[in-house]
Design a protein around this ligand. Structure first.
Ligand code: GAP
Length: 506
């Protein structure tokens, strides 16, 4: 069994070998934390986006979509707080010359203490068996208590220091905790500095009237500044949502986890506008709804958990992440934030224009409150891909690599394969392909033995293979092979499309 790190490496190389994901500008030795999607990756990515859009926009009468530009007026980012506060505290190790997020170093240290506690609990569980009372053990065991106190002490010092922007104290804490650089193993740290994550560029000619603008670090602001345009033109009544998918850019400091942390990535966001005072009710509603959406992708509930935020972003009065168990551990895949009226009020103030909604039921105008759901498309892609990857030993002793991607998301739905490349089988297969391609994303392949072609389709995650053999020419039937069970059944050619549709829907 591969370790998680080995497994992660295998998934990355599989993604490259089978045309899912390539390093950006690989020809020039690559660009760090930027990736290109290949022929099969783009299909999977499009399918995930479309699945999200359908479930959120098409199936909700009170949610409409927009597609705002990536470039926005620079004041947008002043109003949103990103110019002043979209920072990560960073620290460099003078020996390895590596840069780290200071908060991540401390959180990793806390995680190590938590791991110790969990080990202690697991050991005790084994000792006491069924009579084990975990809650009581955690409250009374001296070693567990000592470690829990350590965590509390770190948090009580660290979060207030970040809130006060007391970076000197964050550095002292790193030193006191004895945190070493994972590369050099030393404690030779620089001061902690704030690092703004936004990329900027110039609009217009550089010399005349150069205007510094930013590449959006989130898609959300395109929705906020269009609030009135959308509400009026689509005649929306509160509560209602505006959805958007699109690219976002962040100059991430720690960026070496494949699609997990990229400098250019894609978000799928909903801003859901509600009455002031009702936001926490809707926040709970969307937390549950979004978790259900993740489960509908077909991955088990044990792979997900909520992480409620202790330290809230400058715009939120409640926030939680949905975390997924990637091969690199449980990590955020989606954020749900109760953003209050922070953004709309800020845009009202900075633009000098009124942004209000008149609630006819209440006979009152107000600035709506907002609950946001924000999911990373690339992280969802990574979740689907890494959960789908499996290596199997077959009964005949051979091995195969399969991507068990849910059929509804699979890049290719059906492979059309003539058993051999003669006797009129390719012609018949082409005839079937020419019709089927209008209903399903198909892939035609006649090269190599049928066994090798099946393996290739397994590795691409293709759920169904249609094989055209000599019997097809006699009775107009084909075999349909299931990727996961590898079982085949015979069906009539005119029924192929409907059979595939019903199997995908299962
Ligand atoms: N509008 C709110 C917002 O942007 P966020 O938690 O910073 O909130 C939302 O980002 C989601 O975007 C994350 O849950 C994650 O899935 C994705 N995301 C954020 N930074 C990312 C990065 N550098 N690379 C890939 N995905 C990222």
């Amino acid at each position: 069994m591969a370790s998680n790190e080995e497994l992660f490496k295998k998934i990355i190389s599989h993604a490259k070998e089978y045309g899912f994901v390539f390093q950006s500008s690989e020809l020039y030795d690559g660009l760090s934390a930027v990736y290109d999607y290949g022929p099969f990756g783009v299909e999977l990515k499009n399918n995930i986006r479309e699945y999200w859009w359908k479930s959120m926009v098409q199936y909700h009468e009170n949610i409409v979509g927009i597609d705002a530009a990536i470039f926005m007026h620079p004041t947008v980012w002043k109003a949103s707080g990103h110019v002043d506060a979209f920072n990560d505290p960073m620290i460099d190790n003078k020996d390895s010359k590596k840069r780290y997020r200071a908060d991540v170093l401390i959180e990793d240290h806390i995680q190590k203490i938590e791991d110790k506690i969990n080990k202690e609990v697991e050991k005790a569980k084994g000792r006491f068996g069924e009579t084990f009372d975990e809650k009581m053990f955690r409250e009374t065991n001296p070693r567990v208590k000592e470690n829990l106190d350590k965590i509390d002490a770190i948090k009580n010092r660290f979060y207030p220091a970040l809130d006060r922007n007391d970076l000197a104290d964050v550095k002292t804490l790193i030193e006191e905790l004895g945190i070493v650089c994972p590369i050099s193993g030393t404690r030779n740290w620089t001061e902690v500095r704030q690092f703004n994550l936004m990329f900027s560029t110039q609009m217009g000619s550089v010399n005349e009237d150069a205007n510094e603008i930013y590449l959006r670090p989130e898609t959300a602001q395109g929705i906020f500044v269009n609030f009135l345009n959308v509400q009026k033109t689509a005649r929306m009544k509160i509560p209602f949502g505006i959805a958007q998918t699109g690219k976002a850019f962040r100059n991430e400091i720690v960026a070496r986890q494949f699609l997990f942390r990229m400098r250019e990535f894609e978000q799928m966001e909903i801003q859901f506008f509600v009455r002031p005072g009702e936001e926490l009710k809707w926040y709970e509603y969307w937390k549950e709804e979004r978790l259900k959406w993740h489960l509908s992708l077909g991955m088990p509930s044990s792979k997900y958990r909520f992480h409620n935020h202790e330290k809230l972003a400058h715009y939120a009065n409640a926030a939680a992440d949905i975390e997924f168990e990637f091969p690199i551990g449980f990590k955020e895949i989606e954020g749900i934030h109760s953003r209050t009226d922070f953004d709309l009020s800020a845009h009202q103030k900075f633009s000098g224009k009124k942004i209000q909604y008149f609630d006819t039921e209440m006979n009152e105008g107000y600035v709506p409150y907002v609950v946001e759901t924000s999911i990373g498309l690339d992280r969802t892609f990574l979740a689907v891909l890494s959960h789908a990857y499996r290596e199997e030993k077959l009964e005949d002793g051979s091995e195969r690599v399969v991507l068990g991607i849910p059929a509804k998301l699979a890049p290719i739905k059906v492979a059309v394969l003539p058993l051999i490349k003669k006797d009129g089988l390719p012609e018949k297969a082409r005839e079937i392909m020419d019709k089927l391609m209008y209903d399903h994303r198909c892939f035609y392949e006649e090269k190599d033995t049928i066994g090798r072609r099946y393996r290739r389709m397994d590795a691409l995650g293709t759920p169904f293979c249609i094989t055209i053999d000599h019997q097809t020419l006699q009775d107009n039937t084909v075999t349909i092979r299931d990727r996961d069970t590898m079982l085949q059944e015979r069906i009539a050619v005119p029924e192929v499309s409907a059979v595939v549709t019903s199997k995908i829907a299962k």
